[in-house]
Design a binder for this molecule. Structure first.
Ligand SMILES: NC(=O)c1ccc[n+]([C@@H]2O[C@H](COP(=O)([O-])OP(=O)(O)OC[C@H]3O[C@@H](n4cnc5c(N)ncnc54)[C@H](O)[C@@H]3O)[C@@H](O)[C@H]2O)c1
Length: 383
């Protein structure tokens, strides 16, 4: 009998990669849970049905089963996990955008915090031995990383404080900073996942993601940095930079390297662990640097404007310190470079016909999303 893996958010970027990885590499029977909520959060451009259909077509017969369940449906989740009794759970379903959360606080908290509690309690009742991997976020640190002394370089910000030369460690404070409502709902989930580990002894871990990316993201302006940037580049649509001179730094990790770490944890689980999971310094880039790579790969100029106000709570410079992950799981490392990742995203968007960024680019504020007032100015004017 193959082992069973239950994956929430299975039609999303990380969830779909996990489904593929565990079916292909480990022969797991996969139970995917997704209700295409991303299309409700972000409109048609966030629709993930195409990815669900891809999994159903690509994965071997009998190894993938889709469950159309909302993780907020407590009775539905308790029943599903009681019935399937998975050997491991990977939880990636979420409202993933900090800007979007301010317009939909109840949906955001019910999905991110209460949905996670539903899953944890269902697991405790039905399969407490099963490793429980939770996709958390670096937004649990709020904007506290912005207090670190920074150096302004030609195309990016970097830490001027040598204590952070390897990036942000897991011991960094999560307290007394601005998180956005999204960051706060993810803190609630993160702490609850740790608590089910510490209090009940369950093998849980929180992966505090940096920029998770890859060819299967349905990138939109409010979520999916590189995916959306490449989509704009290919379509010739205007990419809006929000503040920090476009030098804000994110560390980017390919979804397959995320899945590989989850597999390592599930094979040798620990209790109540927390890891910062991103591309690290080597796979970090600023928005301006990402433009350059995309332009090199597509041969097209990146059309952009500058909004002279940063997104609330946005990090100026963030890259993960990967040393704890590597010390606990020495066989794991980043295997896919930033440029190769962007190349794969370019290839993927070229293959997905009929998807355009134009109809979802401008009216974010009109849809009640929390984005700064637009006062655009071409970046080149800034010298
Ligand atoms: N992508 C990133 O850059 C990033 C960074 C840090 C952390 N994370 C975290 O990683 C996780 C996965 O992110 P992603 O980029 O794959 O997101 P995604 O939006 O691509 O995938 C999430 C999936 O969950 C589904 N979903 C949402 N609400 C649901 C609900 N109530 N019931 C059932 N399904 C639901 C969506 O339809 C979607 O298919 C999230 O927890 C996110 O907060 C992502």
């Amino acid at each position: 009998m193959p082992k069973k893996l239950l994956v929430t958010g299975s039609s999303g970027l990380i969830g779909s990669e996990v489904c593929q990885y565990f079916a292909r590499e480990n022969g797991f029977e996969i139970h995917g849970v997704d209700n295409n909520q991303r299309a409700i959060f972000f409109g048609p451009q966030g629709d993930t049905r195409w990815n669900q259909q891809r999994l159903m077509a690509d994965l071997p017969e009998g190894l993938f089963r889709h469950h159309e369940v909302d993780i907020r449906d407590r009775a539905g989740i308790l029943e599903l996990i009681r019935r399937t009794k998975p050997d491991a759970i990977v939880h990636t379903a979420a409202q993933p955008s900090h800007d979007r959360a301010a317009a939909i606080p109840f949906d955001d908290f019910d999905t991110n915090a209460v949905g996670t509690l539903n899953l944890l309690e269902a697991a405790r009742q039905a399969c407490p031995e099963a490793p429980f991997v939770h996709m958390s976020t670096n937004k649990v640190y709020g904007d506290a990383p912005n207090r670190i002394a920074l150096a302004e370089l030609e195309t990016r910000w970097d830490y001027a404080d040598a204590a952070y030369s390897e990036g942000i460690p897991e011991t960094f404070t999560i307290d007394q900073s601005k998180h956005s409502l999204f960051g706060a709902s993810k803190v609630a989930a993160d702490v609850m996942v740790q608590e089910y580990g510490r209090y009940f002894g369950m093998p849980t871990c929180c992966l505090r993601g940096g920029c998770l990316t890859g060819p299967n993201h349905s990138g939109v302006e409010l979520h999916g940095f590189l995916s959306y940037l490449v989509k704009c580049n290919l379509e010739g649509c205007e990419y809006r930079i929000f503040g920090y001179k476009g030098k804000q730094v994110r560390d980017n990790i390919h979804s397959e390297d995320v899945a590989r770490f989850m597999a390592a944890f599930i094979e040798l689980p620990r209790v109540a662990e927390v890891y910062n999971l991103g591309g690290g310094k080597a796979n970090s880039c600023s928005i301006l640097e990402a433009f350059k790579i995309a332009e090199k790969l597509t041969g097209k100029p990146q059309v952009h404007t500058y909004v002279d106000q940063n997104r609330q709570g946005d990090h100026i410079c963030y890259y993960s310190d990967l040393r704890k992950m590597k010390s606990h799981y020495s066989q794991w490392n980043i295997t896919i470079s930033l440029e190769e990742t962007i190349r794969q995203i370019v290839e993927a968007w070229r293959g997905r016909v009929g998807i355009s960024c134009t109809d979802y680019n401008a009216p974010a504020a009109a849809k009640g999303m929390h984005v700064p007032n637009v006062h655009t100015r071409d970046l080149h004017e800034r010298g």
